[in-house]
Ligand binder design. Sequence first.
Ligand code: NAP
Length: 328
Amino acid sequence: MVFNSISDKLIPIQIKGVGKVGCAVLKNLNKNEFKVTEASDSKSTISDPTGLNISEILNIKEHEKKNLNVYISSNNFYDFLDTANRPNIIIDSQETKLLNSHNNYNFYEKILRENNKVIFSARDTLFYGIDILLTEYSKNIGINAALNGIGRYLQSNLELLRNKCLSFSANCHPVSTFLIELIEKGESLENAINFGKEKRIFEYSIEDELIAKNAFISINIAANAIFGYKYDSSIFLQNLKEIDPDLIRYRKAKGKTTRLICSAQAEGAIHLSYLEIEEHSPLYCSSDCVSYSFNLGREKTHVVRGNGVGPLQTALAIFEDLNYLKNI
Ligand SMILES: NC(=O)c1ccc[n+]([C@@H]2O[C@H](COP(=O)([O-])OP(=O)(O)OC[C@H]3O[C@@H](n4cnc5c(N)ncnc54)[C@H](OP(=O)(O)O)[C@@H]3O)[C@@H](O)[C@H]2O)c1
């Protein structure tokens, strides 16, 4: 009884996807304020309105590396959609699969229509329809983690950006920054990739990482949010394999560096390419963060850094959204 009355005061959260980011959220969640009432992985959903046993979930996913269907503290399994009528905060930290964009968009749009709140670290739903979600449900969504920690800036300044922003550029692919920094130090691309595998930094196949698929997704999400245009599948994606390692080292030797720079113009053009940049450029940053520079006209620029790279920092970016949304 005492347990239930405490539990009733906690804010319920549902986590869709308990992989690296989802587990980092569970580990760092303030248990005096929140309870996790549902959690799901690719095979099952577990639920307990009084709060799931977080240690057991972490043990299953991180140590036993099994699916949630072996969870025993609760036997109450049901479809995620069944909960859509209850106001709730849902964290989407499942794998980003662009092929699911449309279905996931419909799924979350229904949840939002029913007055729930959704915090996205996965990017597929946003890739499909961030412009509409921000227009219709801006107070009920969080996009901070999906944009590596700059999403809260984008949401807070959306009106200004939609009215004034002429173009923006971003260094938003920490994976290629990581590889380039190693090449600059004399490693081959192959060795750099092997270091990356050891550090488990790749979210996609190596081929997709070399063409910066994640950056392509992020820049499209930001451009769609601000300028309203949908992605253009004909965008040319440069492959890091095609950049001469000696050119990367030459730029470094003369005090400059190479970064994958993405740019988007208000009138609808998106470009991604590995460019030489100055080390004091606003777009310069290491592989532990991303940097965006928004051109607001009349020589006014906003430069924003995001630290939401890697599971822990992504979880912290989710908590920024959580702290904002819980009070609304
Ligand atoms: N890691 C980062 O630095 C970072 C930064 C920003 C954004 N993100 C985004 O955050 C998301 C999570 O990243 P991650 O590194 O945690 O990935 P991850 O380790 O691959 O975890 C993905 C999780 O999603 C689950 N899943 C897959 N399909 C599902 C479904 N249909 N329903 C429910 N759960 C499902 C997987 O289940 P199983 O455990 O059964 O496989 C797994 O638990 C990704 O979308 C990623 O793009 C990541």
